[in-house]
Design a binder for this molecule. Structure first.
Ligand code: FES
Ligand SMILES: [Fe+2]
Length: 380
């Protein structure tokens, strides 16, 4: 159940949340995955969608189901500014209006009764973004308002990746707020090597709730909150990590959202500011030789362990949370509250807060310490 009425609950999950948080923008595909002349099928939040480009290259997203007899539109053809169904040849314009029926022609009184369902779409930062939801009930904010700021800045070069995890998206997020697993599951990575296999100290964190997200805080057991980290999490599901390398910061955004109840889209984008050709080359080298292989390795470890939780029902019915799971509890509460609010017709307005959105990039310029890349981090 997504709209109206009182949701039923399974453990601490209101029914429907396992299928995702609708009425948000999501980076559904890499720009490079959407060809100029063919439709691309993408499933997200349990909806089969099709993305296609018009003759100007602008992306459009429809429900992947022809309104005539429900075959996939992604099996059809792109014809300039129209998409044509492969079954009986009906053609639809970029607004989803049927504009041609082979046996009727283009007469509006015949075509006008057939309409494809459309979703607001935009292209930004090397991704095609799609507003998955009901644009009439919850009108979408401009995508520029919620996209990471580096995607709006031509001085930044962004590298994107997209993959699938065989787990429910709620389980996929738990790990982000469970810092202790890094020291064990990801043992052998740079962080743990630096600390001689004793990585627990560096990961003691608290979580401060914000209107549309959670801010991570580094915790000193004696002094309380020691400092805010440039990490954070923002609705409907984007984590930020800033790593400081000797020649400057790299910001990585990670999105997790459902493909369906049992699979999760894991999307990532690493960015750095480049002002010269040499900086561009250096960033390309760093990304391909360090950041990509390191993050792929961590990803594979997370993917492999999460499968063994055997799905949301088993995992949530057989868990006993510990004090290290305080962030997990906060995260679950925020997702739950946001989902229930939408059921009641309210929405958590995606206000402009985004990690680093309002902050200067220069190290130390904001007067706060920044978290450093693990190789340059001193143990807590
Ligand atoms: S099912 Fe698409 S034209 Fe008939
Ligand atoms: Fe992990």
């Amino acid at each position: 159940m997504q709209n109206g009425g009182e949701p039923s609950w399974r453990r601490d999950v209101p029914h429907g949340l396992e299928f995702g948080l609708r009425n948000y923008w999501y980076p559904l595909a890499l720009s490079s995955e959407v060809p100029a002349d063919r439709p691309l099928p993408v499933t997200a939040l349990c909806e089969d969608l099709v993305i296609w480009r018009d003759s100007s290259g602008n992306p459009h997203t429809f429900l992947d189901s022809c309104p005539h007899r429900a075959v996939r539109l992604s099996a059809g053809h792109v014809l300039g500014d129209r998409i044509q169904c492969a079954y009986h040849g009906l053609e639809f314009d970029v607004e989803g209006r049927c504009v041609w029926i082979p046996w009727e022609g283009d007469a509006p009184e015949k075509c006008g009764v057939v309409r494809a369902r459309t979703y607001p779409s935009a292209e930004l930062g090397g991704f095609v973004w799609v507003y998955v939801g009901d644009a009439e009930q919850f009108p979408p904010p401009p995508v520029e308002r919620i996209a990471p700021p580096e995607m709006l800045d031509e001085h930044f070069v962004c590298y994107g990746r997209r993959g699938t995890w065989e787990t429910n998206w709620l389980l996929a997020w738990d790990g982000t707020f469970d810092p202790q697993h890094n020291a064990f599951l990801h043992a052998g990575g740079v962080t743990v090597r630096k600390l001689g296999g004793r990585a627990g100290g560096i990961y003691r964190m608290a979580v401060r709730p914000l209107k549309n997200g959670l801010k991570l805080q580094r915790l000193n057991p004696e002094a309380g909150v020691e400092r805010e980290l440039d990490g954070g999490w923002m609705l409907p599901g984007m984590a930020t990590l800033v790593a400081i390398y000797p020649d400057g910061p790299v910001v990585t955004r990670s999105w997790r959202f459902p493909l369906d109840e049992h699979r999760t889209h894991a999307v990532r984008c690493s960015s750095r500011r480049v002002d010269t050709r040499e900086q561009r080359r250096a960033w390309e080298h760093l990304y391909h030789t360090r950041i990509l292989p390191d993050s792929e390795k961590v990803n594979e470890q997370d993917k492999a362990i999460l499968v063994t939780q055997r799905g949301l029902d088993w995992a949530r019915s057989n868990e006993q949370l510990l004090n290290s799971d305080v962030g997990v509890v906060r995260l679950r509460a925020m997702l739950r509250d946001t989902f229930v609010a939408q059921q009641e017709g309210r929405r958590v307005d995606p206000d402009p807060w985004c990690p680093l959105l309002t902050e200067p990039w220069e190290e130390g310029a904001s007067g706060r310490s920044r978290n450093r890349h693990p190789e340059t981090e001193e143990p807590a």
